[in-house]
Design a protein around this ligand. Structure first.
Ligand code: NDP
Length: 451
C-alpha cells in the first residue's frame, strides 16, 4: 500500500464506476468511491431501468385491446399513473440497495458527496480530503436544456420519471432516443403528445427505419412538428405557451427537453489539474481511457465516446484489465448492438445504409415489411420492418436493422453474428424458427433494386 488513502478512487457510482470499483477491489487493492446523488447512477435510477418499466406499462394499452381479438373480454381498463411511479420507485430503491451491497461486499468504501480535485492525487469529498494513487472519473452526463426564457418551466427525463400525475398534453423537444421513447410512453398511456423535431427523427439511424418509426408515431396520434428550436416558454393561466424560432405557438400542459446530454464535469475542479477536454466539455481520453494527466482515467458518458451503459461497463473492464491485471486492452466499439424502446421498438447493429455506402461505395440491401402474425387477428395497423446491408465484394453483412415487436431482443443475437463477421451466405444457410418475426432475417432473398 502506498502513502495514499486509496490505490484507486472512483468518482461516480453509476454503471461504469461501480463495475470498475468492484473489479479493481477484487485484485486486492484499496478502492474508494464518491457519489453525490444515489449509488446506481443514471441507468439504474434515472434512465434505462425506470424508463423500461414505463415502456412495459405503456405496452398494456394495446395488449388489452388486442386480447379482445383472441376472445378475451376485459372491462375497459383504466390506468393509475401514481401506482406506476410508486412501483417503479420501489424497484429502483431495491436496485440502489443491491448496488450499495455489491460495493460493500467487494470491500469498496463509499463516500457520500461530490468529489472535487485539489490536485491530481487529492480530492475534496463533502469537506473531507482524500488522496489516491489513481483516480477514475465516471461521473456520467445530465440532460441538456437550452438557455431560453422560461426554461425553468420545463422538465427533462429526470423529472418525467417522477411526475405525480400524467399530463393531458406534453410537448417533447428533441428527436433522439429519449424523445421518441418518452413520446411513446406518454402517448400510449393517454397523453396528447407533440414532438418537436429540429432536423430529423433519430439522426444517425438508418433512414428507412426512422421513416417507419415516423409513420408509426403518426398512426399512434403523436403530432410531429418539424423545423426550428424552442425560443421561449411562457406560463399562461393553467398551461404553457411554447414558441419556436419558426414562429409556431404550441399550447401544452408540460414541456420536456430531450435535446441531448452534457458531461458532468461542473464543480469537479478539473481546472486544478489541467485535464484535457473535448470541445463539448467531455473528458479526452486515449484508447486505454487514460486522460492527459497520467494517473487519471475516465470512462462512460463523461468521455462521450458511445453513451450506452453496456459500453461504459466494457470500458470499466478494459480499464481494470489494463491497469490492474497487466493485460492491456482497449474498448472495441465495432458492431455494438443498440435498441430504442420506442413504440414499436428499434433494434440495430452495424452500419446504416448511408454509412455503409461511405464505407464501401456500393451495397446490397435486403428489406422485408410485414404485419406480424399476432396482428392478423387484431387487424391492427402495425408493421415490422427489417433490413440487411451487405458488402457485395466480401458478402459480409455490414448492418442489420429492425423496427417492430421484439426488435431489441432480436438485435442482441444478430450482434454476435456480425461481430463474428457473418456473411449473407451464413444468414442464408441458417434455418429459421417458424413462425417468428426473426426468421425473416434468414429468409430475405431478393435484393432491393437500385433506385
Ligand atoms: P440524442 O443525442 O440521441 O438526441 C438529441 C436530440 O435533441 C436530437 O434529435 C437533436 O436534434 C435534438 N436537439 C438538440 N438540441 C436541440 C435544441 N436546441 N432544440 C431542439 N432539438 C434539439 O440525445 P438523447 O438525449 O435522446 O440521448 C442521449 C444519449 O443517451 C443517446 O445518444 C444514447 O446514447 C443514450 N440513450 C440510450 C438509450 C437506449 O439505449 N435505449 C435510451 C436513452 C438514451 P438534431 O438531430 O437536429 O441534432
Amino acid at each position: 500500500m502506498s502513502n495514499y488513502d486509496y490505490d484507486l478512487f472512483v468518482i461516480g457510482a453509476g454503471s461504469g464506476g461501480v463495475r470498475a470499483a468492484r473489479m479493481a477491489a477484487a485484485t486486492g487493492i484499496k478502492v474508494g468511491i464518491a457519489e453525490g446523488r444515489r449509488v446506481g447512477g443514471t441507468c439504474v435510477l434515472r434512465g434505462c431501468v425506470p424508463k423500461k418499466l414505463l415502456v412495459y406499462a405503456a405496452h398494456y394499452a394495446h395488449d388489452f385491446e388486442d386480447a379482445a381479438a383472441y376472445g378475451w373480454r376485459v372491462r375497459p381498463p383504466t390506468h393509475e399513473w401514481a401506482h406506476l411511479i410508486a412501483a417503479k420507485n420501489q424497484e429502483t430503491d431495491r436496485l440502489n440497495g443491491i448496488y450499495i451491497n455489491l460495493l460493500k461486499n467487494a470491500g469498496v468504501e463509499i463516500h457520500d458527496g461530490y468529489a472535487r480535485f485539489l490536485d491530481n492525487h487529492t480530492l475534496d469529498v463533502a469537506g473531507r480530503k482524500i488522496t489516491a494513487k489513481r483516480i477514475l472519473i465516471g461521473s456520467g452526463a445530465r440532460p441538456f436544456v437550452p438557455d431560453i426564457p422560461g426554461k425553468e418551466y420545463s422538465i427533462t427525463s429526470d423529472e418525467a420519471l417522477d411526475l405525480m400525475s400524467r399530463p393531458e398534453r406534453i410537448a417533447i423537444v428533441g428527436a433522439g432516443y429519449i424523445a421518441v421513447e418518452f413520446a411513446g410512453i406518454f402517448a400510449e398511456l393517454g397523453s396528447e403528445v407533440t414532438l418537436l423535431v429540429r432536423s430529423e427523427l433519430l439522426r444517425g439511424f438508418d433512414r428507412d427505419v426512422a421513416n417507419e418509426l415516423e409513420a408509426a408515431l403518426e398512426r399512434s396520434g403523436i403530432k410531429l412538428v418539424y423545423g426550428g428550436e424552442v425560443s421561449s416558454i411562457k406560463k399562461q393561466d393553467g398551461d404553457y405557451l411554447l414558441e419556436t424560432s419558426e414562429g409556431r405557438n404550441i399550447e401544452t400542459d408540460l414541456v420536456m427537453f430531450a435535446a441531448g446530454r452534457v458531461p458532468n464535469i461542473e464543480g469537479m475542479g478539473l481546472e486544478n489539474i489541467g485535464v484535457e477536454l473535448k470541445s463539448g466539455g467531455a473528458i479526452q481520453v486515449d484508447e486505454f481511457s487514460q486522460t492527459s494527466v497520467a494517473n487519471i482515467y475516465a470512462i462512460g458518458d463523461v468521455t462521450d465516446r458511445m453513451a450506452l451503459t453496456p459500453v461504459a461497463i466494457h470500458e470499466a473492464m478494459c480499464f481494470v484489465d489494463t491497469v490492474y491485471k497487466d493485460t492491456p486492452r482497449s474498448p472495441n466499439y465495432d458492431f455494438v448492438p443498440t435498441a430504442v424502446f420506442s413504440q414499436p421498438p428499434i433494434g440495430t447493429v452495424g452500419l446504416d445504409e448511408d454509412a455503409a455506402k461511405q464505407h464501401c461505395g456500393k451495397v446490397d440491401v435486403y428489406t422485408s415489411r410485414f404485419r406480424p402474425m399476432k396482428h392478423t387477428l387484431t387487424k391492427r395497423d402495425h408493421f415490422s420492418f427489417m433490413k440487411l446491408i451487405v458488402n457485395p465484394e466480401t458478402n459480409r453483412v455490414l448492418g442489420c436493422h429492425m423496427i417492430g415487436d421484439d426488435a431489441a431482443e432480436i438485435a442482441q443475437g444478430l450482434g454476435i453474428a456480425l461481430k463474428m463477421g457473418a456473411t449473407k451466405a451464413d444468414f442464408d444457410a441458417t434455418i429459421g424458427i417458424h413462425p417468428t418475426a426473426a426468421e425473416e432475417f434468414v429468409t430475405m432473398r431478393e435484393k432491393r433494386s437500385e433506385n
